[in-house]
Design a protein around this ligand. Structure first.
Ligand SMILES: NCc1[nH]cc(CCC(=O)O)c1CC(=O)O
Length: 308
C-alpha cells in the first residue's frame, strides 16, 4: 500500500463549505488506507471566485474562477491534490488534471429558504439567486417573481435573507447539510426543481501523471456518484453549456445502467425542454446526445443561449 513519506497536502478553497468537504475527504482517505490523521494536511488557497463577490460569475469568467488558483498550486507542486464541489468545476478541464475520485453524493435537491413553498411566497416576491438555472425555474413556478443577484457563501446569503433583502433564496441541500444546517429551508422535490449537473458531489483532482496519488485517491471513489456525475457533465458538453446557461440534469444509477433527466429553461421560465434517457455507465457519447437532443427541440431564442 502507498504510504506517503511526508504529509500529503490537500488543496481547497477556504469557505466553510469547502473546508467541511476537505475534512470529509481527508478523513475518508486516512480511514481507507489506515493512515494516521497527520498523513493529510489541509492547505487553503484563495480563488478569484471567493474574492469577487459583487458580480455574477457568468460576467467575470465563469467557473474557472474557482479552479484556476488550485490548478496553479497543483502544477507548481504546492499541493498534492485538490478538492472541489463538482458543480463548480468547469466542463472542459485542461488535460493535465484528472478527477481521481468522488465522495458519495449527498442530497441532490435544492432548498427554498424563506418560505415553506413557492405558493407561500407573497405576490411579486423577490428571490435572491445568481444561478441562471434556479432563476429560470423560479420564474416558471412564479412568473411574478423578481430575481436579484445573490452571491457569497452560504452564511452570507442566509444573512442577506435575514436582513430582509429578499423574500427567499435557494441553496443546495448538500451544502446546508454539510454545514450542519439540516433545519434550514424546505426541500424542493426533483420534479419541481431539477438540480444542477453535479450538485451534491465532491470531486478530488490531481495531476494525471502522478500515478501513486491517482491510485491512493481512487480507493475512496464512489463509483455510482462518479458515473452519474460524468453523465450529467456529458449533457453539459453536448450543450456547450456554461454557467450562463439555465441547465438542469440528474442521473441516477438503476442497476447496471443510468436513468438521466435533463432540461433547459428559458430565462423567463416560459419554455422548458426536457429529455429522459437510459444509458450505460460510462457512455459519454450517449450523455452528450441528450444535450444535442435538447438543443434540437429548443426555440431559436433558447438555443442562442448555448451558442458561445
Ligand atoms: N455555486 C456554489 C456552490 N457550489 C456547491 C454548492 C453546494 C454543494 C453542492 O451542490 O455540492 C454551492 C452552494 C449552493 O449552490 O447552494
Amino acid at each position: 500500500m502507498f504510504l506517503p513519506d511526508r504529509p500529503l497536502r490537500l488543496g481547497t478553497r477556504g469557505s466553510p463549505l469547502a473546508l467541511a468537504q476537505a475534512h470529509m475527504t481527508a478523513r475518508a482517505l486516512c480511514a481507507v488506507h489506515g493512515w494516521p490523521d497527520e498523513a493529510v494536511t489541509i492547505v487553503t488557497v484563495q480563488t478569484s471566485g471567493d474574492r469577487i463577490q459583487d458580480r455574477a460569475l457568468a460576467d467575470i469568467g465563469g467557473k474557472a474562477l474557482w479552479t484556476k488558483e488550485l490548478d496553479r498550486a497543483l502544477v507548481e507542486g504546492e499541493i498534492d491534490f485538490a478538492v472541489h464541489s463538482m458543480k463548480d468545476v468547469e466542463t472542459l478541464r485542461p488535460d493535465a488534471f484528472h478527477i481521481a475520485a468522488m465522495l458519495p453524493r449527498a442530497d441532490v435537491r435544492d432548498r427554498l429558504v424563506g418560505a415553506d413553498d413557492f405558493a407561500a411566497l407573497p405576490a411579486k416576491p423577490i428571490v435572491g439567486t445568481s444561478s441562471p438555472r434556479r432563476a429560470a425555474q423560479v420564474k416558471r413556478l412564479r412568473p411574478d417573481a423578481t430575481i436579484t443577484l445573490f452571491r457569497g457563501n452560504v452564511a452570507t446569503r442566509l444573512a442577506k435573507l435575514a436582513a430582509g433583502e429578499v423574500h427567499a433564496t435557494l441553496l443546495a441541500a448538500a451544502g446546508l447539510d454539510r454545514l450542519n444546517q439540516q433545519d434550514v429551508g424546505a426541500t424542493i422535490a426533483i420534479d419541481v426543481m431539477l438540480p444542477a449537473p453535479s450538485q451534491g458531489a465532491v470531486g478530488i483532482e490531481t495531476l494525471g501523471d502522478n500515478a501513486a496519488m491517482m491510485s491512493a485517491l481512487r480507493a475512496i471513489n464512489d463509483r455510482d456518484t462518479c458515473d452519474a456525475v460524468m453523465a450529467e457533465r456529458g449533457v453539459l458538453k453536448g450543450l456547450g453549456g456554461t454557467c450562463h446557461s439555465p441547465i438542469a440534469a440528474l442521473a441516477r444509477v438503476e442497476g447496471e445502467s443510468l436513468r438521466l433527466i435533463a432540461e433547459i429553461i428559458s430565462p423567463d421560465g416560459q419554455e422548458t425542454i426536457r429529455e429522459e434517457a437510459r444509458l450505460a455507465r460510462g457512455d459519454g457519447a450517449a450523455a452528450q446526445a441528450v444535450g444535442h437532443a435538447l438543443l434540437e427541440r429548443a426555440s431559436p431564442a433558447l438555443r442562442a443561449l448555448f451558442e458561445a
